[in-house]
Design a protein around this ligand. Structure first.
Ligand code: ADP
Length: 435
């Protein structure tokens, strides 16, 4: 390029020198100089014109033919263009591969911009959500997936857990949505059809519910007969007495187990039940009375501290959950131990605390305590007649009431189980005006 530049200058000087000599000898110096410069300028303008034509026309890739400085300018621009085209093609191929691979996914993938408008989606997303390529691009995703739960989930900025809702185009199908934030509040949404899993889960729940239900009747009959036998045990041979007693105890345990399984399956399947005002103080007073009679000769000191607060919920479920915590405290606290029950409200919500100074639990068991049939100490439950389902019932009940359970305990010192409910669950009382 440097070389071309120099030869262009040299060519100009030579042309001017020639024009000068010819003009001087013929005494038309001004004309020859103007003519030479004019021709020179015209040639450059023509090259510029060629450059502009080449850059704007899409007819040919090849650069116009020229020589000298313009020739190398054309060649350099052409090389630059080729290089750019190569990297553009490479990028295009990469993008196509990404699109092809996400297109082949069975899961729907959608990209939504920071305003919540749909930018791109794959074929599976079109099928799962009924999106139409030309119509729905740029539309707010919450207009296309019209579901209040989806809107509430989408508006959150933390997406730890996935969302399950029924498909917007097929009520029988269930979809699971995962949202990930990226860039400047853009969102990547992955949705998949989990109807099959849902059906399996429903089948499992139905099976447990049906099996428990079917077992209940024969067990009631067996238990009833055993009770009658025990009543008349004096009339029976003496060696049957202990066997009958044990059979009766085990049939009671099986009945408790079946009842707990039925409660759990009801909690899992019954979603449409109406939530109403639950008078927690009255409920706790009744439960404490039951706990005192359960405690009987273990002579626990049971106290109840209760603020006059009502909760929005399902009475039977809450009674069973609170009862499980209170009766557990009685079961796992040795003679003359203390059990304190407290129901109160603060800025973070409403809370029920059941605290005992009983056996306590090794902290390593605490994270798994609410799993079904999990026992901190398997040797203990045979004494207490527990089913291992009580805390699972508590956890499910609290989930259905937007609450959660917190457990703290120290082995040998006692345990504290606290149910937390959001303030929104408090039932406000109408003010009575006296005049
Ligand atoms: P269970 O019917 O066996 O009591 P739960 O689900 O109610 O089953 O409780 C699970 C386990 O948690 C119990 O087996 C027991 O080991 C432990 N646990 C529950 N409550 C207490 C408590 N108040 N004190 C000590 N351990 C407890």
């Amino acid at each position: 390029m440097k070389h071309d530049w120099r030869s262009a200058i040299r060519r100009l000087i030579f042309s001017l020198a020639l024009a000068f000599v010819v003009g001087w000898s013929l005494d038309i110096l001004a004309y020859t100089l103007v003519l030479t410069l004019g021709v020179y300028l015209a040639w450059h303008l023509r090259q510029l014109h060629k450059l502009q034509q080449w850059l704007t026309s899409r007819d040919t890739d090849e650069p116009p033919t020229s020589h000298g400085l313009w020739g190398s300018i054309f060649d350099d621009v052409y090389r630059l263009q080729r290089r750019q085209e190569k990297s553009r093609n490479k990028l295009k191929a990469m993008l196509k591969r990404v699109q092809d691979s996400t297109g082949a996914l069975k899961d729907g993938v959608l990209m939504v911009d920071s305003h919540g408008n749909l930018e791109w989606w794959n074929h599976a997303a079109s099928t799962l959500l009924g999106l139409q390529n030309n119509k729905d691009i740029g539309q707010p995703i919450t207009n296309l997936v019209r579901n209040p739960d989806f809107k509430a989930y989408f508006d959150k900025t933390h997406y730890e857990a996935p969302l399950e809702i029924s498909s917007p185009i097929n009520n029988d199908a269930t979809l699971e949505f995962h949202i990930t934030l990226f860039g400047r509040k853009d969102r990547l949404i992955v949705c998949r059809d989990i109807s099959h899993l849902h059906q399996l889960e429903a089948m499992r729940q139905d099976f447990v519910a049906n099996a428990s239900h079917e077992l209940r009747t024969p067990l009631t009959v067996i238990s009833g007969y055993l009770e009658t036998f025990i009543e008349y045990k004096e009339t029976l041979p003496a060696r049957w007495g202990r066997a009958l007693q044990q059979m009766h105890e085990q049939s009671q345990r099986m009945q408790n187990l079946i009842n707990d399984l039925l409660v759990l399956s009801r909690l899992e399947t019954n979603h449409g039940q109406e939530h109403a005002k639950v008078q927690v103080p009255a409920m706790l007073t009744a439960l404490v009375a039951d706990a005192r009679s359960l405690s009987a000769d273990k002579k626990h000191v049971i106290t109840l501290e209760c603020e006059d607060l009502d909760l929005l919920g399902i009475e039977t479920e809450l009674a069973s959950a609170f009862g499980n915590l209170i009766f557990n405290a009685v079961k796992y606290t040795p003679q003359a131990g203390e059990i304190n029950i407290r129901w109160w409200q603060d800025t973070s919500g409403l809370h029920l605390e059941v605290k005992d100074n009983g056996l306590g639990i090794d902290p390593k068991h605490i994270p798994r305590l609410t799993e079904r049939f999990y026992r901190a100490d398997p040797s203990r439950h045979s004494d207490t007649g527990g089913t291992g389902l009580g805390l699972a019932i508590v956890k499910h009940t609290l989930l259905r009431h937007d609450g959660h359970l917190h457990i703290s305990s120290q082995l040998g010192k006692g345990s504290c189980f606290t149910c937390h409910f959001p303030v929104s669950r408090k039932v406000l009382r109408a003010k009575v005006s006296n005049g």
